[in-house]
Ligand binder design. Structure first.
Ligand code: ZN
Length: 350
């Protein structure tokens, strides 16, 4: 039986991947923000956690769960990238494990210092965006929303208040940024267990880190890989192709994506290949249309319309989403649209 993954997650779940290695999947926040997966790796001496998710209350539940799994202290927290849904729980880990070191790629460290404190200021504007979408029936890109999507915006609007309340105490904190930045690779020994942190190139962000356990053949990919639909709302799609190719060369049998279910065996590599192929197709189509549209930076609209007119949208939608309406809408409205926009941004200036 094929298990069908979904883009929204309604329940929290945990999974043991090997002795002392666990993945936690979080339910979406009440304001509809998806929460990144968290991975826990326990060595003989100490433990390492990858990504602190979005809601401090979810991170607190994770810490309680980790304490049931092990009495060893969490000595390292890795942030795979700066996005709020992977980092806003950092403070919970600081409080729970005073000796902790937060590690990230140098660029991610810089971005968390720059972007994350702004979230507290930007947060109230989310309500304005939601209300605008509900009233106009269109998303930020002008796409008409389905009845289901409008209902989701309405539910997210009521969820803003409790989420905002959770973030309030974080606004004054100055200890949420990673302590240590690495450039290409950092090997950490947790006691009888080697963890390799790697930056394989830019992709989802400028500072994506992945975590690889060579003995257990487990790869924690962050948002370089999300299931069942890639999160390609921005980033560096041209370089991401090379980054994903490098990811595919790691000898992994289990892949923990940034969002979605843990992928096992050949299925994980096949899905990684599918995402890479999709990016290749988008980048090639945008490249061709930039030539046709002519030089300059103001042709995004023309290029996007031309790409969408010829791109096999239905075929790709079907590969990622099948007959799942929500996943299909997410693919078209977020992944495809975002990949075209980001590819244009990367390639117009030639
Ligand atoms: Zn994410």
């Amino acid at each position: 039986m094929t298990i069908r993954d979904t883009v929204s997650t309604t329940a929290r779940s945990t999974e043991k991947l090997a002795d002392g290695v666990y993945a936690i999947r979080h339910e979406d926040a009440p304001d509809a923000f998806p929460q990144g997966n968290t991975t826990v790796i326990v060595g003989e001496r100490e433990a390492l956690v990858i990504d602190s998710c979005y809601l401090p209350s979810s991170a607190q539940a994770d810490v309680a769960q980790i304490r049931r799994w092990t009495t060893k202290p969490v000595r390292y927290l890795v942030n795979t990238h700066w996005h709020y849904d992977h980092t806003m729980g950092n403070g919970v880990y600081r409080d729970a494990f005073p000796g902790i070191t937060i590690v990230a790629h140098v660029e991610t460290r810089r971005q968390i210092a720059g972007y994350n404190p702004q979230w507290f200021e930007k947060f109230p504007t989310r309500g304005d965006q939601f209300r605008k979408a509900i009233t106009s029936g269109k998303d930020g890109n002008g796409r008409t929303l389905s009845a289901t999507e409008i209902a989701e915006y309405e539910s997210a609007l009521t969820g803003l208040e409790p989420v905002g309340r959770e973030f309030q105490p974080l606004a004054a904190r100055t200890d949420l940024t990673p302590d240590v930045g690495f450039d290409r690779e950092l090997a950490i020994d947790l006691g009888g267990r080697e963890v390799r942190l790697l930056h394989l190139g830019r992709g989802n962000t400028a500072g994506d880190a992945v975590c690889f356990l060579p003995s257990e053949k487990i790869l924690v990919a962050g948002d370089l890989l999300d299931h069942p639909v890639p999160y390609l709302g921005g980033g560096y799609p041209v370089e991401e192709i090379t980054t994903l190719e490098a990811l595919g060369r790691l000898d992994a049998e289990t892949i923990v994506p940034g969002h979605g279910m843990v992928l096992q065996g050949e299925g994980g590599k096949a899905y990684l290949g599918q995402v890479t192929d999709f990016l290749r197709a988008v980048v090639a189509a945008v490249d061709a249309e930039i030539h046709r549209a002519g030089a300059g930076s103001g042709k995004l609209g023309v290029v996007k319309a031309a790409v969408l007119a010829s791109f096999p949208v239905v075929e790709w939608r079907d590969k990622f989403a099948g007959d799942d309406q929500e996943a299909g809408d997410f693919f078209e409205g977020f992944a495809l649209d975002g990949a075209i926009t980001a590819a244009y941004a990367a390639m117009w200036g030639r």
